[in-house]
Design a binder for this molecule. Structure first.
Ligand code: FAD
Length: 476
């Protein structure tokens, strides 16, 4: 008789993360039950195992079984970018949509201590925050006129609707120096690389956070992240490529949205892969040949049968990942801050800059705040230019959410479904809705038979969002 099936937890309440990782690693060579293996381990024995196998022989995947929950408080949103740039982790952070900022809730970069522009940095930041706070009630008054209370809606419920809508408009003023809290769940393998990237950052704040994270993490995983350090390759490549990029002739102002490439056979490849998956003895070539010779009516019917039964919350089959595409999109920093949270794609973002102009939300104009808004944004842009001539990385701290930024991304059609559906939804912020709806429109041109199955609010288009929510997408 075989041994009975057992399924149980190795609880972090009973074992340290490093011991759990060693226990799992040992099942590779030992036939014994996990709890017996764990019972024989202690922190010292686990550390010795990790030194030998994970650190010494590079069996790094073992470290993925040691999971940490890190609480990071009062760090700038610019620093959060480096932290959340690690894809194999989970994050939840302070929302710019559901919380408001005090006028001193910003980070003062240490690089600026004693610098002639230090005072101007503080004054400009405070001015952005006080403008933000002053605009909120005025925008709320305007919203009450333009977004009337629904029939039967209580004053409380109505206020709960108006408050986030006003913050959605005023958040364009918040600089990247704004402080936030973020909770991070990450395994020790990913954390080691995350620390290495932080310690290689050009920003003092990020390097300090890297050291604090290493110190905090070592309390739970003393061995697995102990060797995380600044990486000369990252530092040097950054310097070299920044220098070389300066030699590139600057062309026209570029485009604010472009589908650079896509796989023209994407839909056929997806269909062939799905048929391949469900057939036990046909090769991929058989499946592709079959799909390629289908007439358009038969092919459409096959594509329909792939997605027509899918429910609103069902993920499409993984085979939608066989169609890849690359976009270049200019979006405001507020939208990028949300965009960067999507992990199942390759993203490349340029440093924060004031040189791509900023968006003007229509609500600012409607509420009569246009002048103060423009004034605060232009002051920030002016300071960015002054700081940028000295240290472009530090200058990024003063750039508010409303400024534009270019992002390059490669993703597959399955992730495009997820992104567009989540971010084009009516409850999403209008800046990211604009991005999602443009993307969906581009995909309808190239993969019409599958993209039509995205669940997107039909009455909305990006043109409609632009018209309703923006006075201008670009002001120098
Ligand atoms: C209405 C709304 C409000 C939000 N409010 C906040 C907020 O207040 N604070 C905040 O920090 N964020 C907030 N977010 C962002 C949200 O938490 C997600 O981080 C973001 O939408 C990225 O999408 P995603 O997690 O679905 O995954 P993506 O990273 O886009 O990944 C795609 C899919 O892959 C799978 N996946 C990826 N990584 C993992 C993983 N580690 N474990 C399991 N499955 C995974 C999931 O199925 C996921 O849907 C909000 C989002 C929405 C839509």
């Amino acid at each position: 008789m075989t041994n009975p099936r057992r399924i149980y937890l190795l609880s972090p309440k009973a074992y340290s993360p490093e011991t759990i990782a060693v226990t799992f690693a040992k099942t590779s060579r030992s036939p014994r039950p996990f709890d017996e293996i764990a019972a024989e381990l202690n922190d010292d024995r686990s550390a010795r195992f990790h030194e030998k196998w994970v650190v010494g022989y590079g069996h790094s995947s073992v470290a993925e079984h040691a999971v940490l929950h890190l609480a990071l408080e009062n760090i700038s949103r610019l620093a959060i970018e480096t932290i959340e740039g690690n894809r194999l982790a989970s994050y939840t952070e302070k929302s710019t949509r559901y919380q408001q900022w005090n006028d001193d809730a910003f980070y003062f970069p240490q690089e600026l201590a004693g610098h002639p522009l230090a005072k101007k940095f503080i004054v400009t930041c405070k001015h952005l925050f006080t403008t933000y706070q002053a605009c909120i009630p005025r925008v709320q008054d305007w919203l009450r006129k333009t977004m009337p209370r629904d029939e039967g809606e209580s004053e409380n419920a109505y206020s709960r609707r108006i408050a986030p809508a006003s913050v959605d408009i005023c958040r364009f003023l918040l600089p990247a120096a704004s402080l936030a809290n973020v909770g991070v769940t990450i395994n020790a393998r990913a954390l080691e690389y995350a620390i290495c990237k932080m310690l290689s950052s050009p920003l003092v704040e990020v390097r300090q956070i890297g050291e604090q994270v290493r110190e905090a993490g070592q309390k739970e995983t003393p061995t697995l992240i102990k060797y995380a350090d600044c990486n000369p390759y990252l530092v040097q490549t950054r310097k070299e490529m920044t220098q070389r990029s300066k030699g590139i002739p600057k062309g026209s102002s570029g485009t604010n949205f472009r589908l650079w490439s896509y796989d023209p056979d994407g839909e056929n490849k997806i269909l062939a892969a799905v048929l391949f998956r469900f057939s036990s003895d046909r090769s991929y070539e058989d499946c592709l040949d079959f799909v390629n010779q289908l007439g358009s009516v038969e092919k459409t019917a096959l594509l329909d049968s792939l997605l027509s039964e899918r429910g609103r919350f069902d993920q499409p089959l993984r085979e939608l990942e066989y169609a890849q595409m690359t976009f270049e999109i200019e979006m405001d920093q507020g939208a990028y801050f949300e965009f960067k949270r999507h992990r199942m794609m390759t993203q490349t973002v340029q440093p924060l800059t004031a040189s791509l102009g900023f968006a003007i939300p229509r609500g600012m104009v409607g509420a009569g705040c246009e002048e103060v808004y423009l004034d605060a944004m232009r002051q920030a842009a002016g300071l960015y230019d002054e700081l940028g001539a000295w240290n472009p990385d530090v200058a990024g701290y003063i750039v508010p959410n409303g400024f534009n930024r270019r992002v390059l991304m490669t993703m597959n059609l399955r992730q495009a479904f997820h992104f567009c559906q989540l971010r084009a939804a009516e409850n999403a912020h209008f800046s990211i809705r604009l991005v999602a709806l443009k993307m969906r429109e581009a995909l309808l041109q190239v993969y019409p038979s599958l993209t039509k199955f995205m669940f997107i609010p039909e009455r909305d288009s990006w043109q409609n969002i632009e018209e309703t929510h923006f006075s201008s997408l670009k002001t120098a």
